[in-house]
Design a protein around this ligand. Sequence first.
Ligand SMILES: [Ca+2]
Ligand SMILES: [Ca+2]
Ligand SMILES: [Ca+2]
Ligand SMILES: [Ca+2]
Length: 303
Amino acid sequence: MKYKSRFLNIILILIFIITFTACATSAIIVSKKATTIESKIAFVSERDGNAEIYIMNKVLEQVRLTNNQAVDEFPCFSPDGSKIVFDSNRDGNAEIYIMNADGSDQVSLTDNLTDDMDPSFSPDGTKITFSSNRDGNFEIYIMNTDGSEQTNLTNNSKGGDVEPSFSPDGSKIAFKSNRDGNDEIYIMNADGSEQLNLTNNQTHDRFPCFSPDGSKIAFESDRDDNAEIYIMNADGSGQIRLTNIKTLDEIPSFCPDGSKIAFDSGLNGYYKIFMINVDGSELVSLSNVSANEWAPSFSPFAK
Ligand SMILES: [Ca+2]
Ligand SMILES: [Ca+2]
Ligand SMILES: [Ca+2]
Ligand SMILES: [Ca+2]
């Protein structure tokens, strides 16, 4: 009886230690409940050995859209959901490509010997903004969706200007620039005029993305030592941290009703796609394969 009691005590202590350790290491709660999303998400995955564009539907079923040995990344849906633009280095350097949302008819829109990256549609679907290194440093460009009339909007040789994102009314473009010595979120009129620094700090701020109502900009900042997802008003005021994860969290994308943000995070070892409410609550994992996955981009509603 005495032996049994001591044995029971040891078991209870072990259970306590195991439970305590599990709680201590899972301070970041990832929701385990069944998750669906309200529209599709395009993203990049290396699960087949190199970066390809994938898409997940509302019940998170995942389908590959590109299939080649090159890096295919940074997908963005057209406003009607019928097309996806992305960049690919399949011809030896990065070019902007467009394809149907099922992966068919992949066509290059740029053709030069430097990198063209980070494409994003205008809200009316008639233009694509992107970054290009053709002038010796990265600049934000804009072109028609058939690749015609490629125009330099930033014209700033002091630094790299990349990662453009249109405001929902089409009047503004947010982008990242390191012209002041470190990465900052800038905003300008869609014709390139009035380029303004919104973040103004000594750390790196990257990957701006407008909310669907245009009032907010989500972005990534490493001002707290490792990159976290932040949100701010579109004039740069009210900068608030949403994530608190001790790995890099990057490339936010708003869902169509503005209530959630998808991003990628190294929380589970590989970089994977996660989703979080805009108030920072309910972190949800959206994919679970052993490969790096990044750059999520929501489709419009009902597509
Ligand atoms: Ca590829
Ligand atoms: Ca190129
Ligand atoms: Ca530049
Ligand atoms: Ca900064």
